[in-house]
Design a protein. Structure first.
Lengths: 402, 402
């Protein structure tokens, strides 16, 4: 992602990120993203039966409205598990924004991320909102500030951008995402906002978003934990003046490819910035009998603390990979499994292969490691991203709340 | 477990533990347990589709024989994923023992634990077997030595003992277990051998073992990884001279209670000795709608790295516990969940409770921590044991193989 693009790059989007005082550190903690004209909006949310109050309100608001004007995001507090007051607080925050935007409160969505079980500091939120509103800007830097204000344990901002041509018009799409712990299908403690100036119907946008998120955000696991606030939203305001993107058209394919690119980019950045991570790990399975078997295996390997600590230790311990595949619930013949690490064959037909340990070490010392598991059961393929498991994961999570 | 009891305490069992040279450190690595008369034997094994060669051979041998004379256990090498030679090696080792015991090779079972994908050092095994055979002894200390020879990353030996009266006879039961990483239902990288001088049929023994292991060994999770070698065996040689234990009798209840006690004891010791563990954590769920829901929740909490690192950090972060319950797949109403940590209510009706953080800290500083999750969906209960997730887990597993 170029530093020259951000969530404000598509036409008609403004953003702001300010310090409202929700984070003890004084870092930016309140972000506002606004579309100049109402935007059709699609979303994908956590499947956790426990849901944060800001998220529940967003889901309900989107059932009542076709279009959205703004999204308010706070970090430092998840606004979850505090009882009925939690949803009232989210409603009050949305109303404060809608008063400034002169729109219906339902046209303002709310996202919260941070610690669970503590009431939002509403004084901070309500005094931060006008500051954010007056800081709203079309500048690229304003989008970067909004990104900063979403971050919790993230070490790096995660932004991505794509551009396609529709007729003689240029359609842009930009995304930002936060999340580095509690990340796991289906969605993590993740908030991602995507803006586009494309013209598209809400239903079609929702279909695409669901398809694309299944292949991207729902294929990232940092620690197997799924949070209660996970939210992926896309706002399309049509301000590129391009023709509407219709199902079955070439333009639809182009647009979906761009969405896939942006989501894949953000999802990989999340895995790479996993709490304590030193490496991005991609696990791919081919030759599975069913899509479910392929998914079970990538999930099991990505979730295995033993595989993840071995990669942290730069140890080509493929036995742990085969073991994790073995207990995944997938059905396969162990004696017909090949495993490659960074392209280096380490296991053939379920047996140890003699391999150059020095070459394996060089592969594992890289920032990105590809693990390939090849079965001979069928034609199905899947892949997933995770990160290694380090001392710092324990450090970060042994002391997050206090 | 008293230092005065070991696997040799039941009548007619001898044991040995010697250093055959399989471990680089020179620590004991070859154990032999022998019953003076053939013992009826039941077993429970890993459900991993990848199985170690010594284990596959044991399962096959038990299909051909009714009784067992001895069990050979090596640490330092799992004898797994090395191809057809692996099972031949296990057969050769068993034959070397059966030659000395003057029995059929099938009456000698084989268990291996350690690194995956490297061929067993058969020279070491075959020269170690006669040494172990000549060291066999009924002494308690010989049982302790066998325990030592099974250990891999275990820090402490795990032995347990129980005694019941059947008529005017005393029936004894002793167990030993190894395993501290790659432990997870269904069974971990665990080997456990239980001896008893009870008289009992094989079928009835198997039924009891399956029931008891479901409540004990299959309710322990250290890291969510299930190994390829996990084996739980019980040998009953009848040498107490008591009457046969028959289904439906009071004696059967007594015996099953004793077996539960021994297995529970060993399972809790395994969780407490989990790799890098500083605490034993018991998670119990009550009021679930179905047994499956109760199990899903205890499993999800016991598996959550975020819950386990919070406990390591002695942080009463119940939000992570509720979150893990929420993504477990169990169906429940979050607004009707209470959570207690060490008896201290921290969450009521899904909401934060004000609680004394100092009191919570005192509870979490203890060696054993009980997490209680109370639903109001039904009457079902389950519990499971795990440990916290520490820097040392990462250290141990980032450098195990090399």
């Amino acid at each position: 992602m170029s530093q020259n693009c951000s969530i404000t790059s598509p036409k008609g989007f403004r953003a702001a990120g300010v310090s409202a005082g929700l984070k003890k550190t004084g870092a930016p903690d309140l972000a506002l993203v606004v579309s100049d004209t109402p935007a059709v909006t699609a979303g994908v949310y956590t499947r956790n039966v426990v849901k944060g109050h800001s998220l529940v309100r967003t889901i309900e608001a989107l059932q009542r409205t076709e279009t959205v004007h703004g999204v308010l995001i706070n970090s430092g507090n998840a606004n979850a598990c505090v009882g009925a007051i939690g949803q009232k607080d989210a409603e009050e925050a949305a109303r404060a924004v809608s008063d400034l935007l002169h729109c219906h409160p339902d046209q303002v969505l709310t996202c919260s991320t941070g610690v669970i079980g503590q009431r939002l500091n509403m004084e901070a939120i309500l005094s931060g909102i006008p500051v954010a509103f007056h800081s709203l800007s079309h500048e690229v830097a304003a989008g970067h500030l909004a990104m900063q204000a979403m971050m919790t344990t993230d070490l790096v901002p995660k932004e991505s951008f794509a551009r396609i041509s529709i007729g003689d018009k240029t359609v842009s799409m930009a995304g930002m995402a936060k999340g580095s712990g509690m990340i796991h299908p289906n969605l993590g403690t993740m908030i991602s906002i995507i803006t586009t100036d494309a013209a598209i119907s809400r239903d079609f946008l929702q279909q695409m978003l669901s398809r694309v998120s299944a292949k991207t955000f729902n294929r990232v696991s940092v620690d197997g934990d799924t949070s209660v606030c996970d939210t992926l939203l896309i706002l399309a305001n049509g301000m590129s003046d391009s023709a509407e993107i219709l199902p079955g058209s070439n333009e639809a394919d182009l647009f979906e490819d761009a969405l896939l690119l942006v989501c894949l980019d953000l999802a990989r950045m999340m895995a790479k910035d996993g709490e304590g991570a030193t490496k991005l790990v991609e696990v791919e399975v081919s030759g599975a009998r069913t899509p479910e078997d392929a998914y079970r295996i990538v999930l099991s390997v990505c979730r295995s603390p033993l595989c993840k600590t071995a990669i942290f230790g730069e140890d080509a311990n493929w036995g742990r990979i085969l073991t994790a595949a073995g207990y995944s619930g997938a059905s396969f013949h162990p004696e017909e499994v090949d495993i490659l690490i960074g392209g280096l064959p380490v296991c053939k037909n379920g047996c140890a292969l003699p391999f150059d340990e020095a070459a394996a070490k060089r592969i594992l010392q890289k920032d990105e490691v590809l693990i390939s598991i090849r079965l001979r059961e069928g034609e199905c393929f899947d892949r997933m991203w995770t990160c290694d498991f380090s001392y710092d994961y324990v450090k970060i999570n042994g002391s997050y709340r206090s």
